[in-house]
Design a protein around this ligand. Sequence first.
Ligand code: AP5
Length: 216
Amino acid sequence: MIIILLGPPGAGKGTQAKILCQRLKIVHISTGDILREAIKSNTALGQEAAKYVERGELVPDSLVTKMAQERLTCDDAKEGFILDGFPRNLSQAESLDEFFNSNGLLDYSVIYLETSETTIIKRLTGRRICKNCQAVYHLINVPSRKEGICDTCGSELYQRPDDSESTIKNRLQVYERMTAPVVAYYSHKGKLLHISADNEAEKVIEAILKFLGKDS
Ligand code: AP5
């Protein structure tokens, strides 16, 4: 099964993808996570990408498209995958189509997590992430038992640098300019399912699983 999760920053793509990949036993591929890992490891890709990620701009297609396609051809993606954060502009969507066509991957679902700006800002400013295991928390919605400490591994929680209010605003503008047309692109293909992602996480996952016919 192949699922593309679309939605603005903070819509809950990562949150839903983590639950879905366990339920459906397919791999979660997040281009944001791959880029953050490359930045942390200070690879050549990471050094180049950091300039864009910290400003909330898109990393150039010349870096991201090849990186995403290489990840999609890994063995663990053979049984299917959930794509989170890719494609993010029309050129990435077209290159993904070419990749799907040349690999005979004709059956995929596109789920659009529709979210209001008020919800997005609350979710992103309150998000905290474990420095070690990358578990995602929220100060109000998903608090850790002990403030600032991960429930799973006991490491410190941190705030993503691009979750500052000014960078969030830029990410939202970039989303409207570059990624919103991708939503229209899949809608014209008759591929798009709209889900209201302002709801609590359990309700959102319920709606997605129902659509996929995996709710029993
Ligand atoms: P990326 O990591 O993809 O960031 P994003 O799209 O901005 O999305 P987020 O990770 O911020 O949000 P999310 O929707 O996953 O929300 P989450 O589930 O964490 O990209 C980062 C950067 O990398 C980009 O700006 C760009 O520079 C670069 N990049 C990545 N891909 C690229 C590409 N293809 N091309 C070019 N550049 C690329 O939830 C947020 C918070 O809300 C959490 O605290 C969570 O606990 C909480 N929450 C989630 N759902 C709910 C709910 N239903 N109810 C209550 N709380 C909830």
